[in-house]
Design a protein around this ligand. Structure first.
Ligand code: ZN
Length: 210
């Protein structure tokens, strides 16, 4: 677009809209409403599927995008903000994240073969929950910022710097790809036992990382 046209405010907003439409066309969007019957079941603490190391994806094709769409449908149904493929029993390095499930037009983030390229030196404590351990919310300490490299849903290489909730969510989901759950990282033993017991989960299924 030339500078004459982009100088006009109306044309500019039109361009913004067109770009946004293009973005949502180029990303995976599914309706963000809960479904009565989600396409995949989410495994829970105690299921072996959650404890494997997931394999790298060698080719990003339509079957991977279909899987990502089904994972999004499950995630929106469960009102979660992140889901990793092992949670639905698929041992592939694929994550979906959407911090804004109330906002229908915002595309989710799909991360394929994600790797932490750098983690900030400062740590923070944040209360985490997990769709595989429903009802349990506990404090976990992690780096407050991370830089992550990955492929998107079209196989394009991407790199993002994340802080706040996004940094937290990415690290939590990345753990799933190594068979690690947030409860493994909880240091407050008393709260851990109490939280698990209240929701009917067994302490023996936690694998302490300490
Ligand atoms: Zn989780």
């Amino acid at each position: 677009m030339n500078s004459d046209v982009s100088g006009d405010p109306l044309a500019r907003s039109f361009a913004q809209l067109a770009r946004k439409a293009d973005q949502s066309f180029r990303s995976l969007m599914v309706p963000k409403q809960p479904l009565e019957k989600p396409p995949l079941a989410i495994h829970q603490l105690g299921d072996r599927e959650l404890r494997h190391a997931a394999r790298r994806i060698s080719k990003v094709d339509e079957s991977i995008r279909d899987l990502a769409r089904d994972m999004l449908r499950c995630m929106y149904t469960a009102r979660g903000i992140g889901l990793a493929a092992p949670q639905v029993g698929v041992q592939k390095q694929l994550l979906v994240i959407d911090l804004d499930f109330e906002e229908a037009a915002n595309p989710p983030i799909v991360l394929i073969n994600p790797e932490i390229a750098a983690a900030g030196a400062s740590l923070n404590t944040y209360e985490e929950g997990c769709l595989s351990i429903p009802g349990v919310y506990l404090d976990v300490v992690r780096p407050s910022t991370v830089e992550v490299s990955f492929r998107d849903e079209y196989g394009r290489p991407r790199r993002i710097k994340a802080d706040g909730l996004l940094a937290r969510c990415i690290q939590h989901e990345l753990d799933h790809l190594q068979g690690v759950l947030f409860v493994d990282r909880v240091t407050d033993e008393l709260s851990l036992n109490e939280g698990l017991q209240q929701q009917g989960f067994e302490r023996q299924h936690v694998q302490s990382l300490r």
